[in-house]
Write a protein that binds this ligand. Structure first.
Ligand code: SAM
Length: 217
């Protein structure tokens, strides 16, 4: 992907102990996301997280769902080091992979997954990159697998809070190709790439979780 110019508040992570980084947003939403996944994930199998960031989320998910083997991934080396620092001592978290989720054909380099999770990236990439990411995620799943996309979205083309309007404007000012995606266009894209059912769940801070299920053949 092209290196994107982002506003300073778009992907905040500060140094903590050793290689660990802390993202305030991840500290706030890890519990709600763990609960969401606990309600839908299988009790065993494989899960891939795209754009894992600091690794705070995958550490929480692996604790909440210990029967799943979790594969974190990231493009930034400092963040992969942080992910590995958080996963030290967790037998069900693999070492962080270098995976650019917006490149064609990445699904061919990984094993089939029961679950693919993406948190807070779609508003930072373009629509063509979003299409590639969702298509590749669909191909990475085994039949009956699930894709969870979490983040801020427009609702039927509308930005529904002051904070969302300001954040979307800051993003598009830095880079007109990025910004909030529309929930209705996401639902159409998920159907187009073959997901049989998509459930939309309202999450704290006006975010959405789109839970897409592959047909079980
Ligand atoms: C806003 S942060 C979200 C991180 C984490 N998912 C979370 O919610 O705490 C976006 C993350 O996506 C990573 N990233 C950006 N572009 C990416 C890409 N094309 N493929 C994989 N990761 C990417 C960034 O390095 C950053 O860690």
């Amino acid at each position: 992907m092209t290196k994107r110019k982002l506003p300073s508040n778009a992907s905040v992570a500060t140094k903590a102990e050793g290689d660990k980084l802390v993202a305030p947003a991840a500290s706030r939403n890890a519990a709600a996301l763990s609960e969401l996944l606990a309600g839908i994930a299988p009790t065993s199998g494989r899960a891939l997280e795209l754009a894992s960031g600091t690794g705070q989320h995958i550490a929480a998910f692996a604790k909440r769902l210990p029967g799943i083997l979790w594969q974190p991934s990231e493009i930034v080396p400092e963040r992969r080091a942080s992910i590995d620092a958080y996963s030290t001592g967790s037998p069900n978290i693999a070492p962080a992979l270098h995976l650019d989720a917006t490149t064609e054909a990445w699904h061919m380099s990984i094993q089939r997954q029961d679950l693919v999770v993406l948190i807070n990236l779609l508003h930072l990439i373009s629509w063509p990159e979003t299409r590639t990411l969702v298509t590749e995620a669909a191909r990475a799943l085994r039949p009956g697998g699930q894709l969870v996309l979490y983040g801020p979205f427009m609702r039927s083309g509308q930005l529904t809070s002051d904070g969302d309007q300001k954040f979307h404007a800051a993003l598009t000012q830095q880079d007109p190709e990025i910004g909030y995606k529309n929930d209705t266009e996401m639902l159409a894209l998920l159907q187009e790439v073959g997901f049989a059912r998509v459930e939309v769940t309202e999450m704290p801070a006006n975010n959405l979780a789109l839970i897409a299920r592959e047909p079980a053949i």
